[in-house]
Design a protein. Sequence first.
Length: 581
Amino acid sequence: MVINLYQMVNHMQIHRRFIVQLLLQLLMLFVFAFVLNITIFILISYFSEQTETVEDLTKASDLFIENRVEVKAGTAEIEQGLKIRVEEQDGWLAVLTEEGKVIGSHNTPPSLKGKRMETLLYSEDNNISTYWVWGEFAEKQYYVVFGKHKWQKNIMQAIKENISWKNQKLELLGAVKTKLDKIDGWALLVDYTGKTLDSYGKDAPTSYLTEDLIAIEADQKWSHAESYFHEPSRLTLIVGKEPTSSSSLAGNMEGKISNSVIVVAVFVILFLLLATYWYAHKFSSPLLMFIRWLQNLGHGIYEQPVHPRTGQPMLFNKYGDIKRKYRLYKDLFFTLTQLTDILRERDVERRRISRSREEWVSGISHDLKTPLASIQGYANMMESDAYSWNEAEIREFASVISKKSTYMKDLIEDLNLTYQLKNRELPISKERTDMNECIRRTILQFMNNKLYADKELRFQPSHNEIIGFIDRKWFQRIMDNVIANAIKYNPAGTMITISTELIEQHVMVIKIVDNGVGMDNETVNRLFTRYYRGTNTTETDSGTGLGMAISKQLIALHNGSIRVQSKPGEGTVIRILLPLG
């Protein structure tokens, strides 16, 4: 239950960590997309303004003008690109002080000089289209004024005074022709059908449609032309010029916009590629490392993966901390670490058990061969015709055969019992028992055995009556094995004391203490191993090596426990704890 709760909490933590990680990454992508959109919007706005100013300078912002006009020492310098825009839009530009002083200009009309700003702004004769305040929040302000020339009206008036409406001829004077040539202008005389009757100018249109005339009058299409209709003759005079080509600047602006779009597109593609690589590396690198780790475990390499060049663990940096890219999977890392440690320990244990099993099998084989050899030898002697055995000798032979047979029988029974215990197939029947009396009878059997007369056995029962529920047969086997082990593995003169004690009326403590040779740590740790036998026995037939392992398993069947404390030369203390319920 505790493990399941821990796993559930651990899974919740991993789930929450992944949510936080992905949320942060999505927020980063959102911020990047937001910044990218703002940048694109600013670029498009900037280049849109640039493009609009190519077509119509009146749409320029204050910042656009301020960046292209600079005032130094009372003189304004106008950027060449701004001058070109002014010329293309058939206009003029002037920089004035509040008093009306012109400190910088381009293509300005003579009537502009000496006039105050309020006079200029409200005078229709100056043809001002717009103006900008330069240095609005500074101590001294300047005005940048943009206007358009109305050359059409002047030339139109000069042509009307000399035209021959009756002859349907322009009859232009030399001064008028000079003005038209100077501005690359032209003049047309057309009838009501749009047919050109007379014209002047190399770029003059060859025909004029009615919709063109309407567009001129509405000032929608032909912004560089002006018309005059002569009612008596029903003829129309059209004066105009081809607008200065703005294709160079417009093309430049379009080129910049195109380049900007290309740069943004390339940047977005590179970002997507880098983000894809980063995501792939971030998520695949740890997974590949963990796969490699699992492959190592599958091949019996119970270690963390190491770097092929440095030989250092791949999970840690030089300071011993988990690398940033693995921190998201730290729970998996700790789980794999525990799995690796467990598999390593089990591999060591498996090797130890395998080695112990081999030793035990070798010992069992030897123990079986020895009594079998004795039995076979005495049997051969008894059936031999070369000798005649008396009754006493035959009885001696039979006694040896019986003893060796009993030993082999005990060995086989111990093998059968240990595997029954291992597979939990041993039946157990508990009954109410006086524990002090049961142990006393067991000790008396050893005291009455002449073979153990060289050892001193003492019993110190508890002053209180101890009643427990045990399987008497198997409890007898526990006590026989433990006491016999203390007798067999100690020299003559060893004192063995068996005592009982009651703890809070619920737990019984059985203590077996001897002052014999004792055991080292390795022997103590392996004392309850099924395939291990001590080597300091004083008897030739030293047992099967299963007695203590069987005792521990039988004690576990009674829900008890056994512990051993011993040091070489200081004797041994064995404590058995049994619940009485």
